[in-house]
Design a binder for this molecule. Structure first.
Ligand code: IMP
Ligand code: MG
Length: 192
């Protein structure tokens, strides 16, 4: 990208170009830029506004599914809690979803919004739904930043979706490939 063509009026795109690496290597695989930090932030703001609207009279409890919780933009009263689940090994989902860190809060009668980074096959959300059903919550909602509709095989409703993506493996913005890539500010996809 020739930098000399960029004038003051597109200094924002200049910034994005300079901060986005053309290709990155994580372990044995290469990834290329896919979704910019700006697009992600816009999608989150939209989803948050929708949730704020839906629960204007309540104090929802957001349960972030680590390591990808992102509900920092919510402006109204809410509580935040975390749970850790894991089903991924390398670049594909496994059937068995492990609960690695549990909830230590009584959620009886509460409005719970689970915050997922990405919903792929849906094994994790099925497991989460069962888990919260046992807790006798008042409302159970699922919000996810990324959703792969082509990979999703379950009936559980995904209530809030930030960005729908094709069935590709992505990293960045909290998502990893075998531990690496979570700290990337934008999203990269596996190079084909
Ligand atoms: P599911 O149980 O198949 O829906 O997978 C959900 C979990 O797998 C997500 O919360 C992520 O931790 C992980 N995962 C799914 N797709 C991707 C991806 O493209 N990149 C990184 N992690 C992913
Ligand atoms: Mg996850």
């Amino acid at each position: 990208m020739p930098i000399y063509q960029l004038s003051n009026s597109n200094s924002v795109s200049l910034h994005i170009i300079l901060n986005t690496k053309i290709m990155i290597q994580l372990h044995d695989k290469q990834f290329v830029p896919f979704i910019s930090a700006k697009e992600i932030e816009f999608a989150i703001a939209k989803m948050v506004a929708q949730i704020e609207d839906d629960f204007a009279d309540e104090t929802p409890v957001f349960v972030g599914v680590l390591n990808g919780a992102f509900m920092k933009l919510y402006k109204k009263p809410c509580e935040v809690s975390f749970i850790k689940m894991a089903s991924y090994e390398g670049t594909s989902s496994t059937e068995e979803v492990k609960q690695l860190i549990g909830l230590n809060q009584d959620l009886t009668g509460r409005t719970v919004v689970v915050i997922e980074d990405i919903v792929d096959t849906g094994n994790t959300v099925v497991e989460l739904k069962a888990l919260f059903k046992k807790q006798n919550v008042k409302h159970f909602k699922i919000a996810t930043l990324f959703f792969k509709p082509e990979a999703y095989t379950k009936d559980v409703k995904i209530d809030y979706v930030g960005i729908r993506i094709p069935n590709k493996f992505i990293v960045g913005y909290g998502l990893d490939y075998n531990g690496l890539g979570r700290n990337l500010p934008e999203v990269y996809k596996l190079k084909e």
